[in-house]
Design a binder for this molecule. Structure first.
Ligand SMILES: NC(=O)C1=CN([C@@H]2O[C@H](COP(=O)(O)OP(=O)(O)OC[C@H]3O[C@@H](n4cnc5c(N)ncnc54)[C@H](O)[C@@H]3O)[C@@H](O)[C@H]2O)C=CC1
Ligand SMILES: O=C(O)C1=NCCCC1
Length: 312
């Protein structure tokens, strides 16, 4: 279907996947997942193949949504890059199958899907959990996820102020210049998150960058990085003082260093909140720990395929 020439396919997927279509489908899929009914959704925890030599891993992320008949897998390589490296940290390909015959219907670039579906799920977490009157958004990190999060958060909500911090100030400045709206650049995480209502952590860190003592009580943190059992973005204080929400309990307990190493308890999956079986504790400090799920790629791939077919 899509060209294997990466830059061309990235561009093509970008034009076919829109947050307004994606968010409602992700909400339905997350709700179904949390019913834990294998007649509805089958999604094993991601298989990871460590690439220690290169400071990364290969992740295999299959999923089957039974009623929608979407069979999909993503293959993703993620690397921790040195500061100043120009190599990509994430490369991904998504395969969409015909579930009846087993043939591959589409091979798609997975970078845009990964960026957009991850940001869309963080926006769902914020919709459910951020303080009712949220004015200040802080983004920690200035890479691909930072940009997709900026785009969906400013498209979905009306923040009065958007701040960015990155470990290299020039990257934060470049990020601020690349956005449509006004973004202020901050020198330290402590200053950047001071008074923030919503904090998005999208760094490649493996040690904590965000500390609980800096976070305003009642704030919502969407924590997207640190996807290995020994990697951290948030410190123990924040993990223990916050109510912790996840995309998948099973995934979080297997993969999240922030949860495993802090000993924090998971309060709920987002899907449980969407289903009304667990409450959204909006008035408390909340952390949404995102690991990423195959079902999120599957609904995104289906949307891309539908859009592509409608044009060909
Ligand atoms: N939860 C999920 O579903 C997904 C999570 N991710 C995670 O999101 C994070 C960001 O991904 P991308 O934006 O694609 O990466 P990127 O490489 O485009 O950007 C990473 C950003 O983090 C900063 N950074 C790297 N190492 C750091 C450190 N030690 N301390 C502070 N900042 C550091 C970089 O300077 C850059 O601003 C990664 O940790 C990745 O594993 C990525 C895809 C999906
Ligand atoms: O869900 C994903 O896709 C990823 N999660 C963690 C980092 C690599 C990609």
């Amino acid at each position: 279907m899509l060209s294997h020439w990466r830059s061309s396919s990235t561009y093509e997927v970008e034009g076919l996947l829109h947050y307004k279509d994606l968010i409602p489908r992700l909400e339905v899929a997350l709700g179904k997942f949390s019913k834990m009914d294998s007649a509805e959704v089958i999604q094993p925890v991601r298989t990871t193949v460590p690439l220690q030599k290169y400071n990364g891993f290969l992740g295999l992320m299959p999923a089957y949504l039974v009623h929608e008949d979407i069979l999909c897998t993503k293959l993703v390589c993620f690397y921790k890059r040195e500061s100043g490296s120009t190599l990509p940290s994430t490369q991904a390909t998504v395969l969409l199958f015909d579930p009846e015959y087993g043939n591959v219907k589409a091979v798609m670039d997975g970078e845009v899907i990964t960026a957009k579906r991850t940001a869309a799920v963080s926006a769902i977490s914020a919709k459910l959990l951020m303080p009712a009157k949220s004015e200040v958004l802080t983004i920690l990190g200035a890479g691909h996820q930072a940009l997709s999060h900026y785009n969906v958060f400013t498209e979905t909500f009306s923040f009065k102020e958007v701040r960015v911090w990155s470990r290299r100030k020039e990257m934060a400045e470049r990020f601020a210049q690349s956005t449509q709206g006004h973004v202020t650049v901050w020198e330290s995480v402590e200053e950047a998150v001071n008074g923030a209502d919503v904090i998005v952590t999208v760094t490649g860190a493996s040690e904590p960058v965000l500390f609980g003592q800096w976070v305003k009580p009642g704030a919502h943190v969407a924590a997207v990085g640190a996807c290995r059992p020994d990697w951290r973005e948030l410190d123990d204080v924040l993990m223990r003082q916050a109510e912790v929400y996840v995309d998948s309990r099973e995934g979080a307990i297997a993969e999240s260093g922030d949860i495993i190493l802090s000993g924090a308890k998971v309060f709920a999956e987002l899907g449980e909140v969407l289903n009304g079986t667990r409450p959204a504790l909006r008035e408390k400090t909340t952390v949404f720990k995102s690991l990423g799920m195959g079902i999120q790629d599957a609904v995104s791939a289906k949307l891309v395929f539908e859009q592509w077919k409608s044009k060909h």
